[in-house]
Design a protein around this ligand. Structure first.
Ligand code: NDP
Length: 312
């Protein structure tokens, strides 16, 4: 078995940026683009419509289109891409081992860029009606709710973005907020609040998703101010309450924080294991932007390159 110089796990902005830098440093990186980690190859941007804040694209571009460009650029410099999920790793000794369902790979260095995925409410009915009214991605599923009444849960930027996007299809969008204030940025709040199709229900927690056995028909909610329960009829529910890092396969191999984010040495991309580096949302609960993911992916490739050179 050939030992790779560097394996990159994950194919969002962090992974592809790491690949561009590692490939240009002649490290011929092997990148696992994944199928399930982070939802799908390309990461969360595959679930996004317009990206308007990535510098260099003054007219904006679509998330999937942007990831296609990242991928092309990584391939142009010799990145080899494997369309498989990494199922387990062994970082206990050199060379490190990376396993997929079909093969094992050995490598000197690893760059983890597995990203993060949506959080769910964890209430009865949620799993049952996923894909039958319940979703965490308006850009993926909004189209199915033409002329319908949909609910959005959450009070952050993601919830405002989902609600605003859904007005393209839905006749009415009701945002359920558990507090009496939003956490979203002013500009996103105002956009949603001024939209005639969007209304807000405050101090409201979803306790159950109800349906007819085939599709959801509404939700049961608790007003945490008055402590009263009620039902809201709706055709769909979009959960937009935040994300969790895709770090399960690294448990026990590398230091994670309480929420599962990979712990980095401040100011670097180094992890608790010498030779394992990290970039993007799997180590970042704060910024979570395409441009910051790309930036930390670049850091990881530069750190890996330096680390490999120091071993020669
Ligand atoms: P946030 O963590 O910012 O917000 C999560 C929201 O969900 C909060 O309002 C929170 O309520 C609520 N929430 C959490 N758990 C529950 C629950 N169990 N039931 C009901 N409500 C719940 O996450 P986002 O995904 O919105 O945003 C993450 C980051 O990504 C932010 O930095 C954001 O700015 C950024 N972002 C930027 C966008 C853009 O600029 N285009 C678009 C989307 C995201 P509470 O306030 O009570 O805790």
């Amino acid at each position: 078995m050939n030992t790779e110089k560097v394996i990159i796990i994950g194919s969002g902005p962090a992974g592809y940026t790491a690949a561009i830098y590692a490939a240009r440093a002649q490290l011929t990186p092997l990148l696992f683009e994944g199928q399930r980690l982070g939802g799908q190859p390309g990461g969360q941007l595959m679930l996004t419509t317009d990206v308007e804040n990535f510098p260099g694209f003054p007219d904006g571009l679509l998330g999937p289109e942007m990831m296609e460009k990242f991928k092309k650029q990584a391939e142009r410099f010799g990145t080899r891409i494997v369309s498989e999920d990494v199922l387990s790793v062994d970082f206990s000794s050199q060379p490190f081992v990376v396993n997929t369902s079909s093969a094992s790979y050995t490598t000197q260095a690893v760059i983890i860029t597995t990203g993060a995925g949506a959080l769910w409410l964890g209430v009865p009915g949620e799993t049952q009606y996923q894909g039958h009214g319940v979703s965490a991605c308006a850009t993926c599923d909004g189209f199915f709710f033409k002329g319908k009444h949909v609910l959005v849960v959450g009070g952050g930027d993601a919830a405002m973005e989902e609600a605003t996007f859904l007005t393209r299809f839905a006749s009415k969008v009701t945002v359920l907020v558990r507090k009496d204030v939003l956490r979203a940025s002013k500009i996103m709040q105002e956009r949603a609040e001024h939209d005639p199709k969007i209304d807000f229900v405050w101090n409201t927690e979803v306790t159950e998703i109800i349906g007819d056995g085939t599709r959801m028909t509404g939700v049961r909610v608790l007003n945490n101010n008055t402590n009263t329960q009620s039902e809201i009829a709706a055709d769909g529910l979009f959960v937009a309450i935040g994300h969790k890092p895709n770090s399960n396969i690294f448990k026990g191999q590398i230091e994670l924080d309480q929420k599962g984010y990979i712990v980095v040495k401040p100011g670097t991309s180094a992890t608790s294991v010498d030779g394992v580096f990290v970039g993007g949302d799997v180590a970042d609960y704060r910024y979570r932007q395409a441009v910051t993911a790309a930036g930390t992916g670049c850091m990881a490739a530069l750190d890996a390159e330096k680390w490999l050179a120091s071993r020669e």
